[in-house]
Design a protein around this ligand. Structure first.
Ligand code: AP5
Length: 209
């Protein structure tokens, strides 16, 4: 299956994409993680993207496509795109690229979560500098490896609000785009991590949840 995970920041897209990829052997392409890893390696394009990310804005389409096009061109059946596309222009570019590769998207899974819960989750997200594990409170040290925990710069309250505003303006129109193509599957992103994985797996099995 080839899937796109769509939804507001904090909806749990990354958490679920990693679980489903591990269980089904899919390839994971998360543009947020990709950008952050390129920034940490001082990739010149990613450094240009950094200022937009830190402000909670989207990286401009042309720059974004330049950064991810290499990875998109190597896609083979069995993947999850997490955080791409995020604008109508990116969706159209992706559609063209996949057509050339002879690949189809099976489902676009939309994680529905209200802004208050998204804000609450993101303001309590801490990540281990060493192993990358994510926690929902500041435990100081990573229980798994002892590494120190940090909070993403874009998880400051003001930047979270900006990201949500940007999501509603620039990304939410994709819901209609994929609905018209018969690809959109909505899930309630409220509930335990296990419950939400169950809703996604039900779509993978039956085409609906
Ligand atoms: P990105 O890293 O993709 O950020 P995002 O979409 O804002 O997504 P998040 O990672 O914040 O949320 P998520 O839905 O993955 O939730 P998670 O699973 O982590 O992008 C960062 C930036 O990069 C963008 O702002 C933009 O600047 C740039 N960018 C990236 N792609 C781009 C593109 N295509 N075009 C332009 N710019 C782009 O969960 C969140 C928290 O909730 C965690 O603490 C988690 O443990 C917890 N949680 C998860 N599930 C549950 C649950 N069921 N119950 C309670 N807590 C839960």
């Amino acid at each position: 299956m080839n899937l796109i995970f769509l939804g507001p920041p904090g909806a749990g897209k990354g958490t679920q994409a990693k679980i489903i990829c591990q269980e089904f052997g899919y390839t994971y392409l998360g543009t947020g993680d990709l950008l952050r890893s390129l920034v940490s390696r001082s990739d010149p394009l990613a450094l240009k993207a950094k200022e937009f990310m830190e402000k909670g804005e989207l990286v401009p389409d042309s720059l974004m496509v330049e950064i991810v096009s290499g990875q998109l061109k190597t896609l083979k059946n069995g993947f999850i795109l997490d955080g791409f596309p995020r604008t109508l222009e990116q969706a159209q570019i992706l559609e063209e690229m996949l057509k050339e590769l002879g690949i189809q998207i099976d489902h676009v899974i939309y994680f529905h979560l209200d802004d208050a819960e998204a804000e609450n989750r993101l303001s309590n997200r801490y990540q281990c500098k060493n192993c990358g594990n994510i926690y929902n409170s500041n435990l100081g040290q990573c229980p798994k490896c002892g590494g120190s925990l940090f909070r993403r710069k874009d998880d400051e309250p003001e930047t979270i609000r900006k990201r949500l505003e940007v999501y509603h303006l620039q990304t939410a129109p994709l819901l209609e785009y994929y609905e018209r193509r018969g690809k959109l599957k909505r899930i309630d992103a409220q509930g335990s991590v296990e419950e939400i994985s169950g809703r996604i797996k039900s779509i993978l099995r039956n085409g609906k949840n």
